[in-house]
Design a protein around this ligand. Structure first.
Ligand code: AMP
Length: 285
């Protein structure tokens, strides 16, 4: 695996590799890689000859400076993991490589639609401008045909699709299944901050999502929400930000079950760690 730190070196390595490859994939990450990330690389390897993983802890998408400061950065471990799954190129630029004027904020904005300001967008102002701007810069550097993201960050995938539509980029966006620990806890780089007790408490999020899934067809939307939310409320030390059942395309809370895709989404603080998770309740082809 080639490890590259500048855009110019990256472009050179890719153009050499592209001469013999038919398809290039990108898997953007912030590192501290776990099985969830590695599943994206494996899926990318199945669909593209050249797979570029990026590791960049993007400062502009963090709303809490403490969260940015304590974000784990186990680089040697990440390189080992990526080598094991046969990733071709690791791109890990510096902040100044991606934002030459940092910390002066970038002046451009992307129209991401109304959903930018819902759910995570409501709790983390400016988060999705930060996310989509860095992904656009990474797309510009790699010029991939296909990009892999996790359904774990459901709203993020939607925002990236909206960004791609906004710029009319010829890039296919693939949403990959959530990888969970055996307990059901969705894997996340932030899980490292959970104490044993927190880990136990965090399971209530998966439990509440399952309750929603099991009852969605039997009960009204309101009663389903009540059951899931009251389950979380019974767990001390879990502070709920939101639990919603939403239209899978607009993320607006649903009032009927007519939408073609319906998803339950949850965010909560467990101890000092904020976790998100989701589950698709209905999906028509
Ligand atoms: P992150 O490093 O947290 O920015 O995540 C990088 C990519 O990995 C994003 O597309 C995430 O949605 C995806 N990802 C994170 N956790 C999981 C998981 N448990 N299962 C599948 N994909 C994940």
């Amino acid at each position: 695996m080639k490890v590259i730190k500048t855009i110019s070196e990256l472009k050179e390595a890719i153009s050499t590799a592209k001469a013999s490859s038919t398809k290039t994939a990108i898997v953007p990450t912030m590192g501290a890689l776990h099985e969830g990330h590695l599943s994206l690389i494996s899926l990318a390897k199945q669909q593209a000859k050249l797979v570029v993983c990026t590791i960049f802890v993007n400062p502009t998408q963090f709303t809490d400076p403490k969260d940015l400061e304590k974000y784990p950065r186990p680089l040697a471990h990440d390189i080992e993991k990526l080598t094991q799954v046969n990733c071709d190129i690791l791109f890990m630029p510096s902040v100044l490589e991606m934002y030459p004027d940092f910390p002066t904020p970038e002046k451009w904005k992307i129209d991401l639609g109304k959903a930018e300001f819902l759910l995570e967008g409501a709790f983390r102002a400016g988060h999705y401008q930060g996310v989509t701007q860095i992904v656009k810069k990474l797309f510009d550097a790699v010029e991939p045909n296909i990009a892999f993201f996790g359904q774990k960050d459901y709203q993020q995938v939607l925002m990236i699709k909206n960004m791609v539509a906004h710029f009319q980029l010829p890039i296919e966006i693939v949403s990959c299944p959530i990888v969970r620990e055996e307990s059901g806890l969705a894997m996340s780089s932030r899980n490292i901050h959970l104490s044993d007790e927190d880990r136990q408490k965090a399971l209530v999020l998966f439990k509440a999502l399952n309750i929603a899934k099991e009852n969605f067809n039997k009960l009204s939307i309101e009663d389903t929400l009540d059951l899931s939310i009251s389950t979380i409320a019974q767990t001390q030390g879990v502070e709920l930000d939101y639990f919603t059942i939403a239209d899978g395309e607009t993320l607006e809370p649903i009032t009927t079950k007519n939408a073609t895709k319906i998803v339950a989404l949850v965010a909560a603080k467990v101890g000092q760690t904020r976790l998100i998770d989701n589950m698709i309740l209905k999906e028509l082809d």
